[in-house]
Design a protein around this ligand. Structure first.
Ligand SMILES: [Fe+2]
Length: 376
C-alpha cells in the first residue's frame, strides 16, 4: 500500500513537471540594416540560444522591421531578412515548431499589401482567428497554457476596388468579441494560464503616451471628443475582458523599453526593444521636468492631460504611470517565462545602451528584472 502511494506520488509529480515549460517574449527589432537592427537582435538571439536551452518557443510582439509606406515588396524583403537574422532560433533543435509566433505591429501595416505579405512570410501560424484576420490573429494551447495573439494594427480597405479609399487602421483591437470568445473557450477547457499578445499596449509608459490602445493622439489637451471616447471605450472593454478571464499577462511592445506593472489585476509586460531605439519613461514631476525629453517623449506639462484622462498617478512623488508597482529598464531586452502549475517565474535579460539615444548595446546582456505571477 505504501509502495502504491509512493508510485502514485511519483507519477503525479512527473505529470506536473511535464506541464512545466519555458517560453521567451520579445518585440520591436526594427533598425537600419535592411529594416532590422542586426547587431542587437543577433546579440539577443545568441544570448537566448546559449543561456535558455530549454525555452520552447519565442513570442514576438510586432515591429519586427521598419517597413515602408509605398514599397510593400521592400517590407516583405525586410521580413525575410529578419528571418535570416533569427536563423539560430529557427535552426535550434531544442525549440518546437514553428519556433517563432509573431504578431504584426504598426510597422508591418503601412501599405494595403502588407497583411498578405506578412502571412506569406509567416505561414506557420494557426488560421483560427476572425474571418478578416486569419493568419494574423490566432490562438493555441500549449500544455496547461493558452496563448491568444490579437492584432492591433491593420489596414482599412474600404472599397477593395477603390485605391483612394485606403488607409492605415491602427491602435485598437477590432475583434474584441473574438478575443472574449477565445478566452472563454480556453477557460471552459480548464486552461490554467493565459497570455494575450498584441503589439500595442493598454498602458503607455513613455514614448507612446499619445497612442497605444488609448490613442489620445498628439497634442491632446484634455478634451475627449467622440473619436477619443470610441478608442477609450474599446480599450476599457479589453481591460475588463483580461480581468474577467484572469489573464496572467498582456505581453506587448510598441514602446521601445522594458516595463512591467500589474494594473486591474493583470500584468502588462512591455518587452519592447530587441533593437529599436530606446525610449524614456513618462516624465515625472520635478522643477525642470520640461527640459528633459527626447524622441517621441513629451514634456511633463504636455503629459498632464494624458495622465488625467488615463487615471495615472502623477504629481509630486508619483511615477506618472498606471500603477505604483511599475518597474522599467531602458534596455534592449527579452523575457523568459517559466510556467509552472500555479506560478509563472519571469526573468528579463537586457543590455543598456551605449549612448543616451543609441541603438547600440553599451553593456553585456544581464538579468535586469525578475518577478512572479501567482494564480489566485
Ligand atoms: Fe509600434
Amino acid at each position: 500500500m505504501k509502495k502504491k502511494t509512493l508510485l502514485m506520488f511519483f507519477v503525479l509529480q512527473t505529470f506536473l513537471l511535464a506541464q512545466n515549460f519555458k517560453f521567451v517574449a520579445m518585440s520591436d527589432s526594427r533598425g537600419k540594416n535592411n529594416g532590422v537592427n542586426d547587431s542587437v537582435l543577433t546579440e539577443i538571439v545568441n544570448h537566448i540560444i546559449t543561456t535558455q536551452p530549454d525555452a520552447k518557443f519565442i513570442v514576438f510582439a510586432g515591429d519586427l522591421v521598419t517597413g515602408t509606406e509605398h514599397e510593400p515588396e521592400v517590407t516583405y524583403r525586410q521580413l525575410l531578412h529578419w528571418k535570416e537574422v533569427m536563423a539560430p532560433i529557427y535552426n535550434n533543435p531544442n525549440m518546437i515548431w514553428p519556433k517563432v509566433w509573431p504578431i504584426m505591429g504598426n510597422h508591418e501595416s503601412r501599405n494595403r499589401k502588407d497583411e498578405a505579405n506578412f502571412k506569406k512570410a509567416f505561414p506557420n501560424v494557426y488560421s483560427n482567428g476572425p474571418d478578416d484576420e486569419k493568419g494574423i490573429s490566432y490562438s493555441f494551447d500549449f500544455n496547461n497554457t493558452h496563448f491568444t495573439f490579437v492584432n492591433t494594427d491593420r489596414w482599412y480597405y474600404g472599397d477593395p476596388n477603390d485605391t483612394t479609399d485606403d488607409r492605415r487602421d491602427w491602435h485598437y483591437i477590432k475583434h474584441i468579441d473574438w478575443l472574449e470568445k477565445d478566452l472563454k473557450a480556453a477557460k471552459g477547457r480548464g486552461i490554467k494560464h493565459i497570455f494575450v499578445v498584441s503589439h500595442e499596449m493598454i498602458y503607455p509608459t513613455g514614448g507612446h503616451l499619445h497612442d497605444g490602445l488609448a490613442n489620445l493622439g498628439r497634442k491632446f489637451k484634455g478634451v475627449v471628443d467622440s473619436t477619443r471616447a470610441w478608442y477609450l471605450d474599446r480599450r476599457q472593454k479589453v481591460i475588463d475582458i483580461l480581468k474577467k478571464y484572469n489573464v496572467d499577462a498582456h505581453i506587448c511592445g510598441h514602446e521601445h523599453t522594458y516595463a512591467r506593472q500589474k494594473v486591474n489585476g493583470v500584468f502588462e509586460i512591455i518587452a519592447g526593444s530587441a533593437g529599436a531605439h530606446l525610449y524614456y519613461p513618462n516624465p515625472t514631476y520635478r522643477a525642470d521636468a520640461d527640459s528633459h525629453y527626447v524622441w517621441e517623449e513629451m514634456s511633463y506639462t504636455a503629459a498632464i492631460p494624458y495622465y488625467k484622462t488615463l487615471n495615472y498617478f502623477y504629481g509630486p512623488g508619483e511615477n506618472s504611470q498606471a500603477s505604483r508597482n511599475f518597474v522599467t529598464k531602458r534596455a534592449f531586452n527579452y523575457s523568459v517565462f517559466d510556467v509552472h502549475e500555479d506560478t509563472v517565474f519571469v526573468e528579463t535579460y537586457g543590455a543598456f545602451p551605449k549612448k543616451e539615444d543609441s541603438t547600440e548595446m553599451g553593456t553585456k546582456i544581464q538579468l535586469i528584472d525578475k518577478f512572479i505571477i501567482k494564480k489566485d
